[in-house]
Design a protein around this ligand. Sequence first.
Ligand code: FMN
Length: 179
Amino acid sequence: MTQELATEPRVSAFSEDPMLVRKAFSHFPSGVAVLAVDIDDEKHALVASSFMVGVSLEPCLVSVAVQKTSETWEHIKSAPSLGVSIFGKGQGGLTRKLASKDRAARFEQVAIEVNESGSVFIEDAALWLECSIHEVTGAGDHWMVLLEVHKLGVGDNEPLIWHGSKFRELVDAQSIDIN
Ligand SMILES: Cc1cc2nc3c(=O)[nH]c(=O)nc-3n(C[C@H](O)[C@H](O)[C@H](O)COP(=O)(O)O)c2cc1C
């Protein structure tokens, strides 16, 4: 089969303007996670759409890319245990609150559960993981963080979707059998 040459090329060189790159990458949908810990009665939250599951199954590893400028990372990077909550349907406002500039106000009136190891979990999330930091590698202006999952829990809520700089919800599409 012959392929016609496209009149408009599919790809072109781009300026490394972070805003333009961010806009292009916003076409890729993801879930949104929050890494949260309680250290000496102070709670810290790091919201991340770069969170990804399934990096490895044995050991069970997930990943998250953290901006090197993150102040929260400086607090949580030596925590022995981190709580990860995957935001659920209807939690877009909560996601923004936990990512707000006022770090001290992030947890005001937020329903959470703190366990004995200091992991903080958000109520009504879609999925909860208790993790420890497995490996941290520099990746340009971010840290590529591998987390080892030690415990997990599945919630009843469907996951929230981040796409086009907006929060969206899942809708059922035609089912596709991948097996
Ligand atoms: C929807 C959404 C997704 C985000 N994804 C990331 C991410 O993947 N990595 C990251 O470092 N920051 C991400 N951020 C920004 C952080 O949550 C946080 O606002 C930023 O790190 C500054 O706060 P800090 O200095 O307390 O860490 C995201 C924020 C929002 C609202």
